[in-house]
Design a protein around this ligand. Structure first.
Ligand SMILES: C[S@@+](CC[C@H](N)C(=O)[O-])C[C@H]1O[C@@H](n2cnc3c(N)ncnc32)[C@H](O)[C@@H]1O
Length: 279
């Protein structure tokens, strides 16, 4: 597919874990933050992001990606959708983090709010889950009309409709679970994943470790298109190593049946800092 670009090597696991620790340890306590103030900060962040060149570039890239996934609407052929038709049906966000405290998560939420509007996905069809959300954050998300999931799905959501999974800086177990739940050409072709670059994971992590901890990322990576985020965002650690992954139906269909068979989930390390299993 034209215009797709493989990402360059960027920060690896160390940076990832450092970020996790930063967002958990160095933040103001939630008691000091009010719902109204948080709503105001989110709106301000969304509005400031919306008028940047970064966002304009991102929106164009995203629209290009949406055109290239397989649409589930009758009457639409890819790249030729009916007028006014919403092509992306659902956005599911996992692992956003504590946006009331953390600037990184707040900018990531701002991007979600801006793209939801531009892609015309009804707020009701925007679902979020993070086991670390504070009650206050759930209320703030609801005030934007978004749906907060009550159950830890461990990112094992099977999708029947065109779905964007927005998973900024999530652990690889979550991406692996998502692939597992949608492990067939007929499902993956409706999926877009915004998250850490699979290419960088394959290039930077030892293959024995990736094969053990995230085998499906390793398997699908050569057949995944990665669209890099625009480089010009003001804060380095908000969208670093983040790409848009799409899966083209023709490519998926060309793989032999055995590719899709015998897929099982690994037993994840109990000390995996980036994945909280359901209790
Ligand atoms: C590395 S942090 C990323 C936070 C934020 N997006 C960022 O970039 O700073 C990973 C996030 O994944 C969340 N997480 C862990 N297990 C999860 C699960 N089962 N479902 C959804 N989110 C999960 C954590 O609570 C944490 O907020």
């Amino acid at each position: 597919m034209d215009g797709f670009q493989v990402v360059s090597r960027k920060k690896g696991k160390k940076a990832f874990v450092a970020k996790l620790n930063r967002s958990e340890n160095k933040q103001q306590s939630p008691e000091n933050i009010s719902e109204t103030a948080t709503i105001r900060r989110v709106i301000t962040t969304r509005d400031s992001l919306h008028c940047t060149d970064f966002y304009a570039d991102f929106r164009d890239k995203m629209k290009g990606c949406v055109k290239n996934i397989t649409c589930t609407h009758s009457g639409c052929t890819n790249g030729n959708h009916s007028m006014g038709q919403t092509v992306l049906d659902v956005i599911v966000t996992y692992g956003l983090g504590n946006f009331s405290e953390c600037l990184i998560a707040r900018y990531q939420l701002a991007l979600l709010l801006a793209m939801r509007e531009d892609l015309k996905v009804p707020p009701n069809d925007v679902l979020l889950y993070d086991p670390k959300f504070f009650p206050l954050e759930k209320e703030v998300l609801k005030s934007f009309g978004l749906q907060v999931l009550s159950e830890n799905e461990e990112a094992k959501r099977t999708c029947e409709k065109a779905t964007l999974f927005y998973m900024p800086h999530c652990g690889k177990s979550l991406y692996n679970n998502l692939l597992y739940a949608n492990w067939s050409p007929d499902r993956l072709c409706h999926v877009i994943i915004i998250g850490n670059s699979f290419t960088n994971m394959v290039q930077n992590l030892p293959s024995s470790s990736l094969k053990r901890s995230a085998p499906l990322i390793m398997k699908i990576e050569p057949f995944t298109e990665e669209v890099v985020f625009p480089p010009n965002f003001q804060y380095d650690d908000v969208f670093n190593d983040t790409v848009i992954h799409i899966f083209l139906k023709d490519k998926l269909m060309s793989l032999p049946a055995e590719f899709w068979e015998n897929c099982s989930l690994p037993v994840y390390d109990e000390d995996d800092l980036e994945f909280i299993p359901k209790s």
